[in-house]
Design a protein around this ligand. Sequence first.
Ligand code: REY
Length: 409
Amino acid sequence: MNTSLNRRLAAGTVFLAVVAGVAPATAAQAAPGSTGSAHAAPSLPAPDDAALAAALENTRAAGAPGAMARISGRDGVRNATVGVRDTVTGAPMDTDARFRIGSVTKTFSAVVLLQLVDEKKIDLDAPVNHYLPGLLPDDRITVRHLLTHRSGLADYTNAMFDDTVAGFEAVRNKVFTYDELVKLSLSEPRTAEPGVSYQYSNTNFVVVGMLIEQATGHPVAEEYEQRIIEPLKLDHTSYVHPDTQIEGMHAHGYLTPDQAGLPLVDSTEQTVSWARSAGAMISNAADLNTFTSALVTGRLLPAPLLDQMLTMTPTDATNTRFYGLGLRRYDLSCGTSVYGHTGTVQGFYTYAFSTRDGGRSLTAMANTSNRGAANSALGGTLEAAFCGKRPAPTAAAATAATAATDGAL
Ligand code: REY
């Protein structure tokens, strides 16, 4: 292994490559069709390479072994990386690397479910118990409540991962049935009456997986494959539950223990059975950009169902974060709205978002988790990619820059 490369990587050098020619971005972002309550979008600022590099550097400085971002769209493709995808071999982070996308899986599950709605196999406003008799303790919980995180079903993963490393090791090789996961949720009090409030819960998308399997008679893997992966030629995307490996060139994921000073845990290999249809997919940045842009441009769903998916309610008091049906909307500082999902699975943070017209998409990934500052810093790639804005330097980045300079002397 090239040790000077490693040293540069360790010092946080950001590698940035603009693959295609970049024309000034002037295209208005608004697209035909409903955007829920999104306001009219201004013209889209050009991405800022220095800002993208700074966001990744902040992520590394906050403790991620590596991070990457890929912007795709009508302005060309930009790739940026920092750090390593494997701390043992020192292999540099690579924008082609595959990784665990966590809850970006929810958007795939929502697309499949909405296709089944289109095929009249499922009604969005029917009770879940109509399709899965007796599964839930409340007949008022509808399919739409699941997709909007308004069922009130507790998220069993909070208790499961209360102790981060012990919780992870206890389930790393475990295979859960859907029923077992639902039972875990139902052993806790429900968080709200059906429909009343947004409460993010993995349980909702576990039940979505059950609905897909019940309505089609096939495993979700087959439905993802035939309805999304094959039509969009997402050659690096897979759902291999309960296999534990990530095939092909991939990033290793590093889980941060709760107690400071303990070594990172290589969490790359796991069944992700604790999440199944709520979070077990594997993909890469190019495929996720293809997926989010195809979704918003109507290549996966007919307009009425895409409109349903894009009908959003706020998830917090900032009025900049929204959730539709298995889809997030973030309103960025420059007035641009972007649509997609975030993911957190042990060792990996992901952001996968596209403008409403699909003209620009971003996927960003850091191979760390249980490290909130790194996740926030990685979120800075959204402002860089869609607003051309540089994040404020973080205290961690300033310290790391000083250390890197000292080391070079
Ligand atoms: C599960 C715990 C996070 C992650 C989760 N992910 O619900 C779904 C998502 C699939 O939204 C773990 N945190 C971590 C802890 C906290 O263990 N004690 O950060 O790796 O993507």
